[in-house]
Ligand binder design. Structure first.
Ligand SMILES: Cc1ncc(COP(=O)(O)O)c(C=O)c1O
Length: 269
């Protein structure tokens, strides 16, 4: 999608912690890339101001996949309006989880109409496979006729499309699950913090337990693994001191199981 929207004449402004798929999409487009410090609107504005590119595009995750913090969408809308840029959001972790009917994070904030293009996945809250783009009819038509990775790849099998279709109906009426997930996430985060873990700026269902040096993280995970099946992945950041165990909570996690995970963590602490 990014390769269809941006070219060598385009300046793309990308949050440093955007998902790898955005990094690769921008590379594929050949656009000039300006990476701004995570959530740093001042630096973004400085970069926008000093760019003489004719076409500008700001791209960001909505919910950051390793940190569980959120992009300041209202401010990004203001900036893109001031500098005549397009705003593209990756709502992989927002789709199904936020918005009254699970439409996503921009809907939650009442900003959906202000954002030129949203990409989301059917692989997370929708429990299926594939991805979606929402944009104006004109932009969607442009993508369908110019997006090479769409044109030159096999379409999703009908069985997958049928799963997605069914999932959309389920997600639409899953308000109770969204509420349950919110509560579980807040509780889990509070308990982790109570155990002395740094959960960063997470406010969502993605909750990191930042443990500092990678060696410590590996040994913690190893020591706890036998005790509990983790609702988590561990990750190593290239820069020092940011290794973490990353929890991605589900509405279907049982309170008892989360408690077991917390107890195992407590043992390790
Ligand atoms: C922000 C973000 N964008 C895109 C993706 C890719 O989603 P998929 O694996 O469904 O292609 C992910 C998956 O982790 C993600 O976190």
């Amino acid at each position: 999608m990014l390769a269809a929207l941006a070219d060598r004449e385009t300046a793309v402004f990308s949050d440093r912690l955007n998902h790898a798929s955005i990094v690769d999409g921008v590379r594929l487009s050949g656009a000039q890339v300006h990476r701004y410090r995570h959530l740093d609107l001042d630096q973004l504005e400085e970069l926008l101001r000093s760019s003489s590119a004719e076409r500008k595009l700001i791209v960001t995750d909505t919910i950051f996949s390793m940190d569980g913090d959120v992009a300041p969408l209202a401010e990004l809308v203001e900036l893109k309006n001031s500098y005549g840029a397009l705003l593209v959001i990756d709502d992989a972790h927002g789709g199904g989880v936020f918005g009254r009917n699970g439409e996503g994070y921009a809907h939650e904030l009442g900003l959906a109409d202000e954002i030129e293009l949203t990409i989301g996945t059917f692989s997370k809250a929708f429990g299926a496979y594939g991805a979606y783009v929402t944009a104006s009819r004109a932009l969607v038509d442009q993508l369908i006729s110019s997006c090479r990775t769409l044109i030159y790849s096999t379409a999703l099998p009908p069985s997958v499309v049928a799963s997605v279709d069914a999932a959309i109906e389920l997600v639409r009426v899953a308000g109770d699950r969204r509420e349950a997930l919110r509560k579980k996430s807040t509780h889990f985060r509070t308990r982790l913090a109570g155990l002395g873990f740094d959960t960063g700026a997470s406010t969502t269902q993605i909750v990191p337990a930042i443990v500092g040096a990678s060696e410590r993280r590996s040994s913690w995970r190893g020591r706890s693994r036998s005790a509990v099946s983790w609702p988590s992945q561990s990750a190593r950041r290239p820069s020092g001191g940011q290794a973490r165990i990353r929890f991605s909570l589900l509405a279907s996690h049982l309170d008892d199981d989360l408690e077991l995970a917390l107890e195992a963590l407590e043992d390790v602490v």
